[in-house]
Design a protein around this ligand. Structure first.
Ligand SMILES: NC(=O)C1=CN([C@@H]2O[C@H](COP(=O)(O)OP(=O)(O)OC[C@H]3O[C@@H](n4cnc5c(N)ncnc54)[C@H](OP(=O)(O)O)[C@@H]3O)[C@@H](O)[C@H]2O)[C@@H](O)CC1
Ligand SMILES: Nc1ncnc2c1ncn2[C@@H]1O[C@H](COP(=O)(O)OP(=O)(O)O)[C@@H](O)[C@H]1O
Ligand SMILES: [Mg+2]
Length: 302
C-alpha cells in the first residue's frame, strides 16, 4: 500500500512537471473580446454586482481607497469597504461613492462582521499581519462561501498557515507579487520551475494564481494564460491594490473567476499602455490606472 501511494505520488509529480502538459494561452484582444460583456442598456446598480473589499490598517488605508475605486470604475454596481475605524473619514471623503463598514478596533482589523450579501469579496490589501487580524481572517475564511480574491497580507498570512486552504473556496483567486509568491511556494531556481510550482499549487488547492510580473501569468490548473498588456509604468505603489479591485469587480459582475482574472489583468495593463504614451513612465501612479480605465474599456469596443 505504501509503495503504491509513493508510485501514485511520483506519477502525479511527473504529470505536473511535464511541460508539454502545461497549456499556454496568449491573451490578446481576440481572447478578451470573446470574454468581455459590456453593460446592458437596462442594467441598474443592483444587477451590476456588489463587491466587498476588506483590508487596510493605520497608514495603509490608501490600499483600500485604490481597490474600492478601481472596483467601482470597472463596472461593478455597489462597493462596500470593510476597514479599521481609523479609515472611516479617509474613505468617505476621498471616495464618497463607496459604502463603508468599520471594525470596532481603531488601527487594524480584529473581527470581520458584516450584514450584507456581497457577490464577491477581496481581502488583504494593506491589512497587516497583527495576531488579531490573522484570527479574524481565519474566522472569515471559515464562514465565507462567496467568490473570493486574496491579495497582499491575506497571501502572507495564509502562506504561513497553509492548512487554512481547507476553508478557501474552489477557484479563489490569489494575486501574489514575486515576494508573496516566494512566501507561498518557497523558492525556485528558474522561471520554468516557478510556473511549474504555481501550476502544481493551483491544482492541489484548486485555486487560480495571478503570478504578477512582466508579463503577468494567470495560472488556472494546467492552463497558463500569458498577458500581453502593461509596462514599467506599473512599477509604482498601489498598482497591485488597484488590480485586485478590478478583478473583484468582474467577479462581482458574475464572470467566471478565470475570466475575471484574465480580463482584470488585461485591462489593468491596458491603462498603462494608453497613459504612458502621453505621460511617460515616471509620472504614472496607481491613481492614473483608475483615471485611464474609461479609455481602456472604450478601446475594447469594435
Ligand atoms: N498606499 C497604500 O496604502 C499601499 C499599501 N500597500 C500595502 O502594503 C503592504 C506591504 O506590501 P509590499 O508589497 O510593499 O510588501 P512586501 O510584501 O514585503 O514586498 C516588499 C518587497 O517585495 C519585493 N517586491 C515587491 N513587489 C515586487 C514586485 N512587483 N516584483 C518583484 N518584487 C517585488 C521587494 O523585495 P526586493 O526585490 O527588494 O527584495 C520589496 O522590497 C501590503 O498590504 C500592500 O497591500 C502597498 O500596496 C503600497 C501602497
Ligand atoms: N515592469 C513592469 N511591467 C509590467 N507590469 C508591472 C511592472 N512592474 C509592476 N507591474 C505590475 O504592477 C503590479 C504590482 O503589484 P504589487 O507589487 O502587488 O503592488 P502594490 O502592492 O504596491 O499595490 C502588478 O500587477 C505587476 O504585474
Ligand atoms: Mg501588492
Amino acid at each position: 500500500m505504501y509503495r503504491f501511494s509513493i508510485c501514485i505520488f511520483t506519477l502525479q509529480k511527473l504529470y505536473c512537471y511535464q511541460k508539454n502538459l502545461m497549456d499556454t494561452i496568449f491573451i490578446n484582444e481576440k481572447e478578451i473580446l470573446e470574454r468581455y460583456k459590456s453593460v446592458q442598456a437596462k442594467a441598474h446598480k443592483g444587477t451590476q454586482g456588489h463587491a466587498l473589499i476588506i483590508g487596510g490598517s493605520y497608514g495603509k488605508i490608501g490600499a483600500i481607497v485604490l481597490a474600492s475605486k478601481s472596483c467601482l470604475k470597472s463596472g461593478c454596481g455597489l462597493v462596500t469597504a470593510f476597514i479599521p475605524k481609523c479609515g472611516y473619514e479617509i474613505l468617505q471623503t476621498s471616495f464618497p461613492e463607496a459604502m463603508v463598514m468599520t471594525d470596532s478596533t481603531e488601527k487594524h482589523i480584529a473581527a470581520i462582521e458584516f450584514d450584507l450579501e456581497p457577490d464577491a469579496i477581496a481581502i488583504g490589501m494593506g491589512m497587516g499581519q497583527e495576531k488579531e487580524t490573522q484570527k479574524a481572517f481565519l474566522q472569515f475564511l471559515k464562514s465565507n462561501k462567496k467568490p473570493l480574491l486574496i491579495d497582499a497580507d491575506g497571501i502572507n498570512i495564509i502562506s504561513k498557515n497553509q492548512e487554512w486552504f481547507d476553508h478557501v473556496p474552489e477557484k479563489t483567486i490569489l494575486t501574489p507579487h514575486l515576494k508573496e509568491l516566494q512566501r507561498l511556494l518557497g523558492g525556485w531556481e528558474s522561471e520554468d520551475e516557478k510556473i511549474e510550482k504555481a501550476v502544481e499549487f493551483s491544482l492541489s488547492k484548486k485555486i487560480i494564481i495571478v503570478v504578477k510580473g512582466a508579463p503577468t501569468m494567470i495560472v488556472a490548473g494546467h492552463t497558463v494564460y500569458k498577458n500581453a498588456t502593461g509596462n514599467q509604468a506599473l512599477a509604482t505603489a498601489g498598482s497591485g491594490d488597484t488590480l485586485s479591485g478590478i478583478i473583484t469587480s468582474f467577479l462581482a459582475q458574475g464572470y467566471e473567476p478565470v475570466d475575471a482574472a484574465i480580463l482584470g489583468v488585461y485591462i489593468h495593463g491596458l491603462t498603462a499602455d494608453i497613459a504612458s504614451k502621453v505621460m511617460g513612465y515616471e509620472a504614472f501612479i496607481a491613481s492614473d490606472i483608475i483615471e485611464n480605465l474609461g479609455k481602456a474599456f472604450l478601446s475594447l469596443r469594435p
